[in-house]
Design a protein around this ligand. Sequence first.
Ligand code: MGD
Ligand code: MGD
Ligand code: SF4
Ligand code: MO
Length: 887
Amino acid sequence: MSTETRTTCPYCGVGCGVIASVDDAGKVSVRGDPDHPANFGRLCSKGSALAETLDLDGRALYPEIQGERAGWDQALDLVAETFSRTIAEHGPDSVAFYVSGQLLTEDYYVANKLMKGFIGSGNIDTNSRLCMASSVAGHRRAFGSDTVPGCYEDLELADLVVLVGSNMAWCHPVLYQRLAAAKAARPTMKVVVIDPRRTATSDLADLHLSVRPDGDVALFNGLLAHLVETGKTDEAFVGAHTTGFADALLAVSRQTMAELSEATGVSGMLLRQFFWLFGQTEKVVTCYSQGVNQSAVGTDKVNAIVNCHLATGRIGQPGMGPFSLTGQPNAMGGREVGGLANMLAAHMAIENPADRDRVQRFWNAPVISNKAGLKAVDMFDAVADGRIKALWIMSTNPVVSMPDADRVKAAIKACPFVVVSDMQKNTDTARLAHVLLPATGWGEKSGTVTNSERRISRQRSFLEVPGEARPDWWQLAEIGKRMGFAPHFSFPSPAEIFAEHAALSGFENDGARDFDIGAYADIDAERYEGLTPFQWPQAAGSAGRDTRFFADGRFYHPDGKARFVATPASPRGLAQPSDLPFILNTGRIRDHWHTMTRTGKSARLSAHLAEPFAEINPQDAAKLGIDDADLVEIAGTAGATAIVRALLTDRQAQGGLFVPMHWTGETASRGRIDALVPSMVDPISGQPALKSARVSLRRFQAARHVFLVTVARPQDIDLDYWAIAKTDGGYRLEMAGDAPADGWMSWLKYRLKLPDGMEISHYRDTSGVDERLAIFSEDRLLAALYVSALPVAVSRQWAASQLTATWPTGKPRSSIIAGRPSTHQPDKGAIVCSCHSVGINEIAAAARAGCRSLEAIGAATRAGTNCGSCRPEIRRLIDAHHVLAAE
Ligand SMILES: Nc1nc2c(c(=O)[nH]1)N[C@H]1C(S)=C(S)[C@@H](COP(=O)(O)OP(=O)(O)OC[C@H]3O[C@@H](n4cnc5c(=O)[nH]c(N)nc54)[C@H](O)[C@@H]3O)O[C@H]1N2
Ligand SMILES: Nc1nc2c(c(=O)[nH]1)N[C@H]1C(S)=C(S)[C@@H](COP(=O)(O)OP(=O)(O)OC[C@H]3O[C@@H](n4cnc5c(=O)[nH]c(N)nc54)[C@H](O)[C@@H]3O)O[C@H]1N2
Ligand code: SF4
Ligand SMILES: [Mo]
């Protein structure tokens, strides 16, 4: 017997439905919900591994004050009193909330209500500032509202899908799979990827345009000019439903193809192909994500794209439209409640007195913030210079994810009062909290999230709440009550919060505002429990209208028309100190989620890419004497440096580097890449340019390279470089630095706190440099350490798997010292398919043995047969073997 709960994945903005089962023994398993309209049963590698991330290791289980356990009353009283006193002494703008697109809508609603309507400050901002702010600003400029016009189905209906600055195969994998399936079923459909580097997503593309970093505005301006010149614009639509076309065209300076090619970094031939394709295809969807948003010209990029859709009237119709892909599970919900410092609630505008009055009346609030609050980067500046004296950080890890991260860390450290709500207690940010409030996490809390296509789905709890963890909405409401606003924050459960949120969206709306879910204003607990996924808008009394916006040509500016926005191409942001020759691009990998507080718990997910790395073009590497698997040191403007592994690939263009954002102070010695990213922002949206920092690069000379597998997490590692990843039965570490004066044996014993008397195998080569150590206790391997002057050549996967193997007395220990299996045990190699733990060597062997299709590889090895996230990589391996075979 098992109980099943329908819920929603807590990771990306695709918002897949998940069915979680708990069996009699309490074991959790998950599968895709076949009835959920986002995924129809599919899940990616991260979603499939959710059950592996639910352990209590490292969880915050009770409130702490200054690192000491405290009761909830004590902690809440301290927070409420300190916020109230700070406000009394220094005014409402001396406090701030920094929240997250991973809060549920109900949490978010209460946070925004408390700050804007009761504390009376705009100082609530969110990590969505780092994520969606440019899209929000671009939408508001063009449409008069923050509206995503289309839905997922449009990607399947389109004849051309353009992906700009989106690594969809890794970051919105299920949507990518839907796209890939649609293309396979209808091969005439075209896909164009616009990204400076070739990614797993590019493998689906008919055309890949390796645009110069931030060359997108020039590119879409060029497209607009082409559409005009070739008569592909929709004059009737432009005339009836838009203004500003002439001005926008003026800003698109006449450029020759050669000039355009120079400005975009894309050859004239590829540009012509793309322009032609876009011009002649009616059904075009342009999806964009962080390669667009996270830029000093992010808002202009959004508008340059939207301009092309407005000019052709391709918006709001099936298979057509600009489509901003939201990153976090509830980035969209946060926008609905007004979680950004410059928004109000229910898509109302903080700068609009009538909107302010309406929200204040609805809330029956004593005050209402009458100006925008501080945006994330400015907020942490204000923390740094003492203007903000009390800060509450909720469901985000800014010490890792904010630009200029060392400065953010120092600001938080120096702030007189910092509250952190998190599920985990050892995050880089939670470690700095004066008050740590333990939050319930996925599976333990209830509420709603809204995905990229405006679809609202329930997250439902199905696990016991561990320790004294409490949901974020409850924490916020308790503080509201204790600050003297009890009648306004006495919510018995998330259902009442959702009802209030829905009621506000419909309040005096009458179609004036896009966000309207007034149909749910009187939802009760029972209906809320049974709520099935639905898309907004759903106004009271309207029977589920069309799910697309703008089909009727009506926009939300006062005159009902959309605006073309002039977007002159400017090199803002890339003004370059010449001693820092590389442009640092940052982003995501397939199997990790942001700062890894959850995905880092899964051995399977940690196996794909187990240490921080930089993608480097081989020619750049050759010039700097960098070999594959060397360590490299990257230095930024602020003086901070990072050490990561070199991964040479021609997918990375010359002059650029790509480094993932996931490694933290918990998982690597110097992997926090945001310490190197300056906090330059887009002047309109306030979103930081996280993809174009200037850096220098050099080989990092390490005296020794070390690889370690161990059942226990080592303490106090004092080497220059280390990175730790979870593996079945323990951890694996890549390390480098000087050899310890008293030898590796005592080094290891101290780090692992090992008692004397263990069984030890030891090998040292004649030079005395290469050394190998294995420590056993009875029939278990406790640790194996490999030391070399060069990057250690040991099968990682195999060595790690020995932690769970049995080593009966008499079984020769030599193989572990050799670092490779004996001949009859093949080495899997690096894991490609995390669902079935299939390694690169197994897939390559199957390809060599004649498997030429994904299906054949799947049949032979099971790789790629579950979630499908690894299919682009398998495809690449098949292709590589094809080429080799043909040569
Ligand atoms: N596996 C995984 N999936 C995730 C997440 C995760 O942490 N892990 N996080 C989620 C979140 S919150 C977000 S916001 C999304 C992000 O999803 P994406 O935006 O797809 O992911 P990123 O890797 O940040 O960046 C996308 C691409 O932008 C490219 N790029 C950089 N500069 C430029 C430029 O100037 N122009 C263009 N056209 N492209 C450029 C990069 O090379 C990169 O391939 O992913 C979501 N999904
Ligand atoms: N260089 C660079 N920096 C980036 C980016 C980039 O592309 N490049 N991307 C930016 C983007 S788009 C984003 S979205 C951010 C993401 O960056 P963050 O938001 O800092 O990353 P997460 O690891 O998702 O942090 C979420 C935290 O909330 C905790 N948590 C999980 N569930 C709950 C809950 O229900 N309640 C509470 N209270 N806590 C919970 C987790 O344990 C974790 O500590 O990073 C940004 N930073
Ligand atoms: S695509 Fe993957 S991470 Fe995103 S919601 Fe679906 S299962 Fe979760
Ligand atoms: Mo994001």
